[in-house]
Design a protein around this ligand. Structure first.
Ligand code: NAP
Length: 300
């Protein structure tokens, strides 16, 4: 007999829309107080179609929230020196408060060197080594957007996370590692699983909070999930099913009805990522102007 699906579907799309509304007020307040409008520069090298779609979405949402958007599209054969020269220019431009270089870069470019050439105070992706170090040592950092969005959803659902067992599956620099750092900063007891972990299902079964960022469709089965756990599914996987192409997460959603709550894919974590990019740009502007907001959408 099928078990009833009792888990709450965490509405990341709605949460992100509310956050963007509040950020619009922040942008208005910052403009009124400084005479400047926060600005985000996005650099795209090459013609990767998925990257072009992401950059287009970032541009539209940046403009929609009332910020300035500067999109730099460079040809695929751009050399390292040309890209570094553009970053120098953006670092020095007072109208640019946030800088993002869309990844992946073409193979001939050194992505680490490019990321570390961004002014860390404008590094709204939070990938600069200084921001990674600040996050790891509990200092004010610009935090990678996807794990920041996951943490917001978790705190909204659970409030105080202290003492909870958290398992993060995946240890990428973009999602898994910063997610684990953020959960540690909330005083969770954190385990990180990866491709060499001996028994991932057993580890997951102990999790009050389970964050999955692997990139393998429906890897996490229902019996990996502890009853009452809160599950955050970061994965985005395109699969063919019943003759149709569809997007699924890293968790078998239909088997997770005994969780307390779970993010759907799509409509869960995905929309939070761009909203947090806009939030980070507002945070960067505030810090560059040494300002606190009356009622900030995100505490800095
Ligand atoms: P990634 O860099 O490929 O990292 C994947 C991680 O999963 C690695 O740490 C890998 O372990 C681990 N892994 C692979 N197979 C595993 C297995 N069988 N069991 C346990 N761990 C395993 O991926 P990513 O950039 O973090 O992205 C992960 C997923 O999130 C992708 O689907 C991506 O599209 C999605 N994503 C979504 C958003 C969003 O906005 N919603 C943002 C970013 C990423 P090793 O380190 O040992 O190789």
């Amino acid at each position: 007999m099928n078990q009833p699906f009792l888990a709450e579907r965490i509405d990341g799309k709605g949460f992100a829309a509310d956050l963007v509304e509040r950020l619009r007020d922040d942008v208005d307040e910052l403009r009124a107080r400084t005479g400047h409008t926060p600005g985000l520069a996005v650099v795209l090298v090459g013609e990767d179609p998925a990257s072009a779609v992401y950059v287009g979405a970032k541009h539209r949402q940046t403009v929609a929230v009332g910020m300035q958007s500067f999109v730099h599209r460079l040809p695929a054969q751009t050399c390292q020196d040309q890209l570094m020269a553009l970053l120098d220019q953006l670092n020095a431009d007072p109208e640019v408060n946030g800088i993002l270089v869309q990844l992946p870069l073409p193979a001939h470019l050194d992505a680490n060197a490019v990321i570390n050439a961004i002014d860390p105070n404008k590094d709204v992706d939070g990938f600069h080594i200084l921001n990674a170090g600040r996050l790891a040592t509990g200092q004010d950092a610009l935090v990678p957007c996807t794990p920041l969005g996951c943490l917001m959803l978790l705190k909204d659902r659970l409030g105080n996370l202290a003492g909870l067992n958290a398992v993060v599956v995946g240890k990428s620099n973009i999602v898994g590692k910063p997610m684990a750092q953020l959960l540690m900063a909330e005083n969770c007891t954190v385990s990180v699983a990866h491709s060499k972990t001996a028994d991932v299902p057993a580890l997951c079964r102990g999790a009050d909070i389970l964050v999955v960022a692997v990139g393998r469709a429906e890897l996490v089965r229902g019996d990996w999930i502890k009853p009452g756990a809160v599950v955050i599914d970061v994965g985005i996987n395109r699969i063919e099913r019943d003759g149709r192409s569809r997007i699924v997460g890293d968790v078998a959603f239909d088997e997770a009805g005994h969780a307390a709550a779970i993010t759907p894919v799509p409509g869960g974590v995905g929309p939070m990522t761009i909203a947090c990019l806009l939030a980070n740009t507002v945070t960067a502007f505030q810090r560059q102007h040494h300002l606190a907001l009356q009622k900030a959408a995100v505490a800095v």
